[in-house]
Design a protein around this ligand. Structure first.
Ligand SMILES: *Cc1c(COP(=O)(O)O)cnc(C)c1O
Length: 225
């Protein structure tokens, strides 16, 4: 299948899922994750109608950003080392992986404008995953009050690596509930209207559970590198 066909399939799945769960499909944005593909392939996704690009390394983001043509919204979706913040801070529209105060401090210090961040939650408590536990998330967001250049636009999570749909669904549900808890605080710097959850294998479940940004790599642009 071509990228255009893959995109049409994903859009059809979004529509059908939204119809079933009574959501507006316009609430859901597709981030094309291009970390496994060349610039040429990433450009094909943009030409097919993609507006959001996600990368998980500073190098990949800078390379793609130099080369790709089009109106593009840039997402940094990977683990972010504090020393790399200065490389990407002026080049991204969203950071999806805010998970510690030292990182918040560095983002706040390097930012020349307000930075839209997702707080990353490790809702399944898998050792291998980054992110805050469910219990840590609200206290962490409250502490972000001291960083005027950071806005918490939402929460981001990755589901555990499993075939068990109920386990995946449960993870997304916990993060949706957490979003409501954060919104109830009415913090001006943390509107938390977005949920970045769902990848190639689980985006339909994520949409059923309230995702507003799905991060799709393999099933949209494939895997080349
Ligand atoms: C690679 C990656 C994705 C995309 O994964 P696919 O399974 O290829 O769709 C999404 N989110 C993050 C954080 C990633 O690192």
């Amino acid at each position: 299948m071509t990228i255009k066909e893959n995109l049409q399939q994903i859009e059809a799945n979004i529509k059908e899922t939204c119809r079933r769960v009574h959501r507006d499909p316009n609430e859901i944005k597709i981030i094309a994750v291009t970390k496994y593909v060349s610039i040429v392939t990433a450009q094909k996704a943009i030409d097919a109608g993609i507006q959001h690009i996600g990368e998980n390394r500073d190098k990949g983001l800078l390379e793609k950003r130099e080369a790709l043509q089009g109106p593009i919204v840039w997402h940094f979706i990977g683990t972010l080392q504090s020393r790399k913040v200065k490389n990407i801070i002026d080049k991204v529209d969203f950071i999806h992986s805010l998970d510690r105060l030292s990182l918040a401090e560095e983002i706040n210090k390097r930012a020349k404008r307000n930075i839209q961040c997702f707080v990353q939650v490790n809702a399944s408590n898998e050792q291998t995953k980054h992110g805050l536990s469910v219990e840590e998330t609200v206290p962490f967001i409250q502490k972000l009050a001291e960083f005027p250049n950071i806005t918490v636009v939402g929460l981001m999570t990755m589901a555990p690596f499993t075939d068990d749909e109920e386990v995946i669904r449960n993870t997304f549900r916990k993060v949706k509930q957490l979003q409501k808890d954060v919104q109830a605080l009415n913090l001006p710097y943390a509107p938390c209207n977005e949920l970045s959850m769902g990848m190639s294998n689980d985006y339909i479940i994520a949409i059923e559970e309230g995702s507003t940004m799905i991060r799709i790599g393999t099933s949209l642009v494939g895997k080349e590198i």
